[in-house]
Design a protein around this ligand. Structure first.
Ligand SMILES: *Cc1c(COP(=O)(O)O)cnc(C)c1O
Ligand SMILES: [Zn+2]
Length: 482
């Protein structure tokens, strides 16, 4: 199978127009309130939520979940959601995703698939605030690594799994740099509702993540190629074989990821911060955040939308280039698609491949690019790139003054520091950095940083000591720690 797959890797996403999959189960009862809608204002086609789609069958654009909000009983105030939090005996109230279910109303309560995701915390991180250059009390870290599989992906996977159940899917699949596969695997394993198949590239994958997919019982297929290659292949396979695709082109996944912002607001007593800073890979998170804020504003639940800063790794900086060098914008739903296409063609012609230690964002063809452009427009957003070195220093700061994170997450702290230095972020602003994954996902990167003295020691390295097995020598060393 892998060789067969490799032969198709040269196809572009444009060739892979989604086809409609046939319905395999009863139509969902919420069909009248929720629907799928094409992102392109020139198409605007709508589809039932019981259809398995990974893009608009008419024009190939991305799809959104849409709702007839006037028929949804949304609470009058956001704090009503908070009161559900303590109901441990009721899984859909305890879930940090589904306690906000009226804001993603595509499933009936009994259809919801939850494993207790979303028990995250927002830390007011003083030492990191100092590092970034913020006033005391103004920098917050949102730990999404506290999710069951150790990354924010569970917010999306609970929603995609719920939709998979609604449409009666028996097999689910994803391409992954690691965390999506860990998340899909845990939902497949715990619920037993479907067989999870995960496709990983042959490049970098952090062992913590690979080990999870294997341990949770997902069928794991390694493709010769990188993540971008694997995703193109798995999209085609899912279309052909009617397998349920759980990458972030799945509009329901992004519905779940909106709740990251709800929990941030909840932790800030529903007072929107000035900035949300998030690493950008496939751009699902940033896209979901934009949609979350737009909907909250339209529903009258917030009166101000925070600004969004999306941070690319310099070695995987397509969004950064598209926005800042190519000058492409959302443009009311009509971004210059041909210009984007040209950029991608040029990238392929030069064989430019994504390359960064932050493997979770080592992506050069972000599938949610246009949705992210929309989010940037909604949130008056900006895009920056940071080097691997800055990412690792940011990560080390989080480790030293907080609960730790994986490399990709360090990009948000590094990005915030950059923006402070530029003067874009003021020290008095309230800034939330999203920490997307758990520290234990990629111990090699962490140990490498702290022990590597190739290029002189790393700025914040906490080097281990080597000492003879001699009590006096050990005591001598200890005395130097005081
Ligand atoms: C998936 C992932 C990202 C990238 O998020 P996108 O929504 O694809 O931009 C960043 N960090 C970690 C740890 C991830 O797992
Ligand atoms: Zn369309």
């Amino acid at each position: 199978m892998p060789t067969d797959l490799c032969n198709r890797l040269q196809q572009t996403i444009g060739d892979l127009l989604p086809i409609r999959a046939k319905k395999e189960s009863m139509p969902a009862v919420t069909e009248e309130i929720a629907f799928q809608v094409c992102l392109s204002p020139d198409c605007g086609a709508t589809f039932g939520i019981d259809e398995i789609l990974t893009g608009c069958p008419n024009c190939g654009s991305l799809l959104d979940a849409g709702y007839e909000w006037d028929r949804v009983a949304v609470p009058f105030s956001l704090s009503e959601f908070e009161s559900r939090c303590g109901q441990r005996s009721r899984p859909i109230d305890f879930s940090g995703v589904w306690r906000f279910r009226e804001l993603l109303p595509f499933a009936h309560d009994e259809q919801i698939v939850t494993i207790g995701e979303g028990q995250t915390i927002l830390q007011q991180a003083e030492s990191v605030a100092k590092y970034v250059g913020m006033d005391t009390g103004n920098l917050f870290l949102q730990y999404e690594g506290f999710n069951p599989s150790g990354s924010f992906k569970d917010n999306g996977m609970t929603a995609a799994s719920t939709h998979a159940r609604i449409v009666g899917a028996k097999m689910t699949a994803c391409a992954s740099t690691g965390n999506t596969s860990a998340s899909l695997a845990i939902y497949g394993g715990i619920t037993g509702l479907f067989q999870a198949v995960v496709f990983v590239g042959s490049g970098k994958i952090a062992y913590g993540k690979l080990s999870q997919a294997l341990d949770y019982g997902a069928k794991t297929v390694q493709i010769q190629g990188d993540f971008d290659d694997a995703l193109i292949a798995v999209r085609e396979i899912c279309n052909r074989e009617n397998i349920y695709l759980c990458n972030s082109v799945n509009p329901f996944r992004l519905e779940g990821q909106k709740t990251i912002m709800y929990r941030v607001l909840e932790s800030l007593s529903w007072e929107p911060p000035d900035w949300i800073v998030v690493p950008g890979g496939n751009l699902g998170n940033s896209s979901a955040f934009g949609k979350a804020f737009l909907e909250l504003k339209q529903l009258g639940l917030i009166d101000r939308i925070p600004r969004l800063a999306v941070i690319n790794a310099a070695g995987a900086n397509t969004l950064y280039e598209i926005v800042n060098s190519e000058g492409i914008h959302w443009n009311d739903g009509r971004p210059q698609h041909s210009h984007i296409e040209e950029y991608m063609t040029q990238m392929d012609a030069e064989n430019r491949r994504a390359e960064t230690i932050a493997s979770a964002i080592e992506i050069n063809r972000p599938v949610n690019l246009t949705k992210c452009l929309r989010a940037l427009s909604i949130c008056d957003g900006i895009v920056r790139e940071v080097s691997d070195e800055e990412i690792l220093h940011g990560k080390a700061q989080v480790g030293a003054g907080g609960f730790g994170c994986e490399p990709a997450s360090g990009a948000s702290v590094a990005g915030a520091k950059r923006l402070r230095e530029e003067g874009m972020i003021a020290p008095s602003d309230r800034v939330v950095c999203i920490l997307t994954g758990h520290q234990l996902k990629d111990p090699n990167a962490t140990v490498g940083y702290h022990t590597n003295n190739d290029e002189g020691s790393q700025e914040f390295a906490n080097q281990p000591y080597v000492v003879e097995n001699d009590i006096e020598k050990i005591l001598e060393l200890l005395s130097s720690f005081q």
